[in-house]
Design a protein around this ligand. Structure first.
Ligand code: GLU
Length: 450
């Protein structure tokens, strides 16, 4: 069926130099083949052609004064991709690698991820090429205020509700919320991931990481396996990685690695979670500092990774949790994981595996939970935060955690039954993409050509 190539050629021609977006689109389009063949209504309504085109893209200038009094200029983005299922929803990423293609791939993934949560949220993503590394608290505040001084006119509790992503945590959400409130004169749930003191939800901080582990648990349970007593590798050391490690400990597993953009830690006795939190959340330091407090652990700088491999995935393990960033795991890494006996991969990051890596995971028939299904717990809990804000109530930790676990279970069941419906019961890439797409597509058809 020629449509995958046709659509990709069209995207490459009309939106040049957006490699990450083409990759995300190719993976989804490949999966949709059997659905499109079976149900002509999607072709008739040109859903594919419409869904790959964002409803609205906002690109803006962010200028701000650094501590030396010098003017700095950054690019700001908010891509409002699809609102068939609810207000636009998705995080903001502040990282020097951010460009239109990165935000577009993230926004595209978000449509299907948000659909899978079964909650009423459309898909969006935003951010900036601003690099928070090494910036003072004052500079972070200045940048967040400048960023919001444009974004505020495009968002709202029932319009578009941003949240965090890489480089955007509770501190940044606080500064952006303050500026939104001042400019709009409204106190509303316009951002999620807020502090617990002023409208945040319990479990939101932990949700993505906890959800990733719940997803692995449900995949494994279906095969009569469990994480208890099992050695696990985790990449990354941000919010998702930290809470993945935390939940792995809760379930009796042994997480032995974490990483940052400079290198990785292998701690055979298990990653010291308190030390990791102290380093990353309080002292905001590099991971290389970890071994000063834990001399038995091994730090490998990326210069020493063997050629073309991520050292995290070259450690013998039962399960792997990629929680760093896009394309951190390639074909060599899958080969290493499979060779070393890994039987379960649950993705905490967005699109951490290259397309070739995804293909081999699926072929291997191990438990493979693609990011848009496995990491949907974060955005799902954001929607629970929106529900609490709208009704001016707050729920207990146990209540939110139970809802999160149930949502992850439903996502797993939805992806796996859809995969079975299309004749590939272990292919959760196919199942998640079709299940996520189908709901959005049907809503688009029912809502007419808008
Ligand atoms: N950035 C997160 C994600 O990739 C969370 C988005 C949100 O909570 O809106 O899903």
């Amino acid at each position: 069926m020629p449509y995958v190539k046709e659509v990709l050629d069209y995207l490459k021609r009309t939106s040049p130099a957006q490699n990450e977006f083409y990759q995300a689109a190719e993976e989804v389009l490949e999966s949709l083949r059997p659905l499109i063949l079976q149900y002509p209504k999607y072709a008739k309504h040109k859903i594919i052609e419409r869904i790959v085109e964002p409803e609205r893209q906002i690109l803006f200038r962010v200028n701000w004064l650094d501590d030396k009094g010098e003017i700095q200029v950054n690019k700001g983005y908010r891509i409002e991709f699809n609102s068939a299922l609810g207000p636009y929803k998705g995080g903001l990423r502040f990282h020097p690698s951010v460009n239109a293609g990165v935000i577009k791939f993230l926004g595209f993934e978000q449509i299907f991820k948000n659909s899978l949560t079964a909650l009423q949220i459309g898909g969006a993503k935003g951010g900036s090429d601003f690099d928070p590394k090494g910036k003072s608290d004052n500079e972070i505040m200045k940048f967040c205020q400048a960023f919001m001084s444009e974004l505020f006119r495009h968002i709202g509790a029932n319009t578009d509700v941003p949240a965090g992503d890489i480089g955007v945590g509770a501190r940044e959400i606080g500064y952006m919320f303050g500026m939104y409130k001042k400019l709009s004169n409204r106190y509303e749930g316009v951002l999620t991931g807020k502090s617990l003191k002023w409208g945040g939800s319990l479990v939101r901080t932990e949700a993505t990481g906890y959800g990733v582990v719940y997803f692995a648990k449900y995949m494994l349970e279906d095969r009569g396996e469990s994480l208890e007593g099992k050695k696990c590798v985790v990449s990354g050391s941000g919010n998702v990685a930290i809470h993945t490690i935390e939940k792995l400990y809760h379930l009796g597993a042994l997480p032995v690695t974490c990483s940052d953009s400079n290198g990785m830690i292998y701690d055979e006795e298990g990653v010291d979670l308190e030390l990791l939190k102290e380093l990353k959340e309080v002292r905001r330091e590099r991971l290389s500092e970890y071994v000063k407090a834990r001399p038995n652990a091994k730090y490998t700088p990326i210069e020493e990774y063997s050629h073309g491999c991520n050292a995290v995935y070259n450690i013998q393990c039962f399960a792997a949790f990629p929680c760093a960033t896009q394309n951190e795991l390639n074909l060599n890494d899958v080969k290493n994981l499979l060779k070393n006996g890994c039987v379960c991969v649950s993705e905490g990051a967005n699109m951490p595996s290259t397309l070739e890596a995804v293909h081999l995971f699926v072929e291997s028939k191990i438990c493979y939970g693609p990011g848009k299904a496995a990491n949907a717990g974060g955005v799902a809990t954001s929607q629970l935060e929106m529900q609490q804000n709208a009704s001016m109530t707050s729920w207990s930790f146990e209540e939110v955690d139970a809802k999160l676990a149930q949502i992850m279970k439903n996502i797993y069941l939805n992806a796996s039954t859809t995969a079975a419906e299309f004749g590939e019961p272990t292919n959760l890439v196919l199942g998640a993409n079709i299940a996520g797409f189908r709901k959005v597509a049907d809503a688009m058809i029912e809502q007419g050509l808008v």
